[in-house]
Design a binder for this molecule. Structure first.
Ligand code: RB5
Length: 155
């Protein structure tokens, strides 16, 4: 697979380890920045990874920020992106297997390098099961997205 990897300055300390783990697992990395610890805005990198996936230049993404939360919230605003913050290995693979999660979000202030490495391996090795109940639920998620884009949630 091609994995788009993006982070803000909060996630930057974890980035190189994540890149190495993805490559060691036999996947290609699409580097979406940032490239230093200089302060930047996490939505810019969530957007870049999301757009990279939607454009077909990557199959999945990994996003890193301080907590994993901000960059996950931003990524989920990109239609077609299903991002989750996973700091346990069960969620990192089950999110793909049941929910077709296509972006893993990690907080570099929450997990260390080796836990992050295990989370990344769990994510990239997982496959959506396509079991009927999971497809049914995914279709309901996609319906929410379609309705929102069609302006049905006007408050
Ligand atoms: C940056 O200081 C920090 O707010 C950001 O990396 C992230 O944790 C937001 O959720």
């Amino acid at each position: 697979m091609r994995i788009a990897i993006g982070c803000d300055h909060g996630g930057f300390p974890l980035k190189q380890r994540v890149v190495s783990v993805v490559q060691a697992a036999g996947h290609d990395v699409v580097d979406c920045g940032t490239d230093s610890s200089c302060a930047v805005d996490y939505p810019d990198f969530a957007r870049k990874v999301g757009e990279t996936i939607l454009a077909g230049h990557a199959d999945r993404g990994i996003l890193l920020c301080g907590s994993g939360v901000g960059i996950c919230v931003a990524a989920n605003k990109v239609p077609g992106i299903r991002a989750g913050v996973c700091h346990d290995t069960y969620s990192a693979h089950q999110g793909v297997e049941h929910d077709d999660m296509n972006v893993l979000c990690l907080g570099s202030r929450i997990v260390g390098d080796e836990v992050a490495a295990e989370l990344v391996r769990a994510f990239v090795n997982a496959i959506f099961t396509k079991e009927e109940r999971h497809v049914r639920r995914l279709n309901k998620v996609l319906e929410i997205e379609r309705d929102a884009l069609a302006g049905k949630f006007t408050g």
